[in-house]
Structure formats: C-alpha cells, structure tokens
Design a protein around this ligand. Sequence first.
Ligand SMILES: *Cc1c(COP(=O)(O)O)cnc(C)c1O
Length: 567
Amino acid sequence: MNSPLDRFLPISSIAYFTMEIALRPEMHTYSGGLGVLAGDTARSAADLNLPEVFVTLVSRQGYLRQEIDAAGRQVDQPAPWNPEEWCEQLNAMVAVTIEGRRVWIRPWLYRCTSPLGHVVPVILLDTDIDANDPMDRPITDRLYGGDSRYRLKQEAVLGIGGTRMLQALGFSIQIYHMNEGHAAFLTLELLRRFPRRSNRREAGGRAYDASPVLSRCLFTTHTPVEAGHDRFPYPLVQEVVGDLIELEELRIYAGVDDCNMTRLALNLSGYVNGVAVRHAETTQQMFPGYRVAAITNGVHAARWAYPAIARLFDKHIPHWAHEPELLFHADYLPDADITAAKREAKDHLVRLTEEMTGVKLDPELPIFSFARRMTGYKRPGLLLSDPERLKAIARKYPFQVVWAGKSHPADSAGKAVIEAINQATKALSAEIPMVYLQNYDTRIAEVLVAGADVWLNTPKPPQEASGTSGMKAALNGTLNLSTLDGWWVEAWIEDVTGWSIGNDGFAETEADHATDLYDKLEQKVLPLYAKDRDRWTWMTKQSISKIAAYFNTQRMMRRYTSEAYLR
Ligand SMILES: *Cc1c(COP(=O)(O)O)cnc(C)c1O
C-alpha cells in the first residue's frame, strides 16, 4: 500500500534496459553518447506519457572524473555521487547467483518528470548492501570499470537482476527494450520462463521455447566497431553466472566460440534496429541473415535548447518543446533575434573557457568545437594533422578552437591523442587560440553546443553509428562540419545545413579527409563567416528548421512506439 510505484505499476508495460543513462549532471550514471541518448529517451517517454520503465545500474563511483595535468595528460579520478540525494529507496530485494554466491540487489527510484507533468520511473540497481559478501558490494560501483569478469558481473546484475527486480516490484512487462547488448542476459532470464512442453530435451534440442522471448524483446545496437561488442569466454560465463541455461543451448544463441552479447541479443529479439540509416546498413552487412531496421537517433529538444534560444522559440514557435516538428518554422525567425541569442550563448562559452583555463577567447572571431569521447575512430587529431597548413589558414582568417572529451581509462591510444592535442594547443597558442576543457560532461556540453559557431566531427566512416552532439549543435544554430557518417548522411545539405568533409564513400584515406577539411575551412567556412554574416545567419536558421524538426527524441520515440513496441 502506498508504494511510490503504485501509479506506475498498472500501466508500465515496456522496460528499457541500459548500462548508462544521463538523467542529471549530478548523477554520474553515464559516460557519453549512449547514456545521453538513454536520458533523452526517458525524457521523451515522459513527455509522450509512454508506459515505460527504465532500468540501469546505480554506478555509485561514476565513470570517470577527468583531470588534465600540467603536461596535458588525462589523469583518471573516481566520480562518486550519492543516490540518496536524488533517488528514493524502494522496498524490494532480489538475488542473482554470481560465482556461486547469492548477490542481493536493492532498487532506487528516480522519477524522470516531463514539464507537462508526466513521469516515467527509472530503477537503479545497487549491490552495495550489508547482506552481500564484501567482494560483491562494489559490483554496481564503476561504470565500464574493471576487467571483463567485473563487466560480466555487472551485465548479470543488469540483465538478470533487472528482470527479476521488475517482477519483484510488481511490474508486468510485455516489451523488453535492450539499449545495446549489455543487458542481453535478460533474454536468458525470460527464456527460462518458457520450458518446452515435452519438458524433456531431445538430443541436441532445446529445453526452452524461444518464440515468446522473440515477441517480447527488441534490440537497439549502437556500434559497428567490432571491439564495441562484448564477448566473454564460456568458461568465465559458467564460473560467473553458472548454468543459467545449458551451455549447449546457450551456444545456439550466443555463438559457438564465445558468449557474444550482440549475437545473444540479435538471436532472441524479434525486432532489431540500428541508430541511423547508414548504421543499419553496416550492421546488416556485419550480421547477414538478420533483419536490421533503422530508427535514427534524436536529442530532446527542450533539454538541449540553450536558454536564450529556448526563449526565442517560445516567443515565435509556441508548443515547440512538446512538438519539436514545429521547429520547421525556424527559418522565419528574425535575424536580429537569432543573432542576439547566439551571441548570448557565445559570451557564456567565452566566460566558461576563461574560468576553466584562464584563456580569454574573442567573441568576434569564429569558435570551432570538437567535443566528444576521445577515441581512435573519431580521429580527434585530424584538424591538427598539418599544423603548417592550419597556421597559414589562420593567418588569412583567424579562428579559435575549444576541445573537450574523455578517454576510457584503458584506451591508451585515446589518451595519447589528448596529450597530443594539449601539446599542439600550447605550441600553436600564439597563432591559433585553442583551449582544452577538462572533464567533459552534459553541463559543459550545454554551453559548447550553443556557444560555438562550428561543430566539428571527423569520424572514420562507417564507424560512427549515429552521433548526437551535432544534433544538439544544429538545434542551437551551430553549423556542422563533418565527415559523412552516422546521422550526418541524412541531415547534410551542403552550404545549407552545414558542410561535409570528403565525399559519401569509404574509399577516401585519412589524408584525403584532412585535405578536404582544410580546403573547406579556407574556401567556404571561414570566408563565409568573415564576409557574409547574413548568409551565415540564414544557414543558422536552416540548420535549426531542417535538422531540429526531425532529429529529436520525440520523433524517435513515436517511431519506436509504432514500429517496435506495437509491432
Ligand atoms: C551528446 C553528448 C555526447 C555524444 O557526442 P557524440 O559526438 O555524438 O559522440 C557525449 N558526451 C556528452 C557529455 C554529450 O552531451
């Protein structure tokens, strides 16, 4: 009686499982784009009053607080947060057997509330309780931390524990949505609910009936990079989770050689999608024989519109927050108003960079930003690959650059790029003002996506599944300059919504992309900013009207609802 869940239990029939989710900056339950997407998904689910419940780990020690030391290197620090400040504890416990021990899990509730008053519940799973063996208490501490055994334990807690938790709390779930393969063990937990009627396994046959699982599960895959797919050796799986189902049967679903979480999710989901059209095609080629639909990602418009931009939308485009499709009107915004709102955001960015680094950027000159996870395929160093050419361009058309982004603690190549960027920042500072903002998070992103003039992205096609930060930039009238990969393939209209780097093909080398990047800067982007500010403002409005009206999570969730949840 009077459980905080009472109002949700009768209606919530869709469960969304995610290893990370960005709900608010003080809750360190996310690392990057995947988590930000999950958070925006929850917000839109609340806006649209969808009967959805979200499940994640509490990640008490967070992902990583990044410090940049005097030599320009990333130093990894923990990023603890206190669930009691933002969540309420629920009265339930479930257990999962891990390494033969009973591991108890308790739930926290976070209410994700829409400005319209609708709420979706987020359940955060926590193993840090007295009843557990001290070695099991930290299982839900560090997001993407530790070795593969630790990761496997976390995935057991998320997939198996999460499914049991929903049942213990009284939810009756019809649809299980896996945001990436981390939660794929939930398929096995469901499978166990459907033993074959004969109750006797024929030789080489299956003890469980997969068809009810297929009709309940859907899987959204997020990376075409092979290393992004979790694989665990079967002996480790057996040690950690035991015989959830017999190994022989598990191999049918998760792969012959090792337990591949992507395969497991693919084989036991009745609906599979990639997160952009290009990504769905790439996934289809990686996994022939599966049907891979495409639902392109979006961003939550009201969450990512900078306050001055949001005020402008409120004034000219009523109801835009609930129906971002209406932002198609943005190409009629008065030039003076959009220019003033952009300037307010840019002044904010100039203040923020000065506070964080002591460097004062000039708001009269264009600011480029490169901010995202610092990892190999995103090629953060592309802009710096020919410093002499870059300097020559800056002598003709001065510009400035703001960098930000973390590397995973184990990504030594990514860390080396951070160090190289910081060294270049120092070496070029007399000619090109550049700063590196440490500890990139959603709070910094909010200012960067609106305050910059150009949002630079240089992933190596076809490795960027979607990308979403460029959508946030476009929503705020910041122009995209990007290789043609992920979402940008769909949004790019040259000289209208932004600019491409390279052509729409995979034959180009990194050197081709670098040359084209410099050519675009020198021949198009910088001259336009310097000489034709009216046309620049026109593009700003095209970017908002053509991109933000479509690449938002409202549209995305309507599509998940009609094409995947109600399939
Ligand atoms: C939006 C966002 C991302 C995703 O950036 P991509 O460029 O799409 O990879 C990562 N981190 C933070 C903090 C974000 O806000």
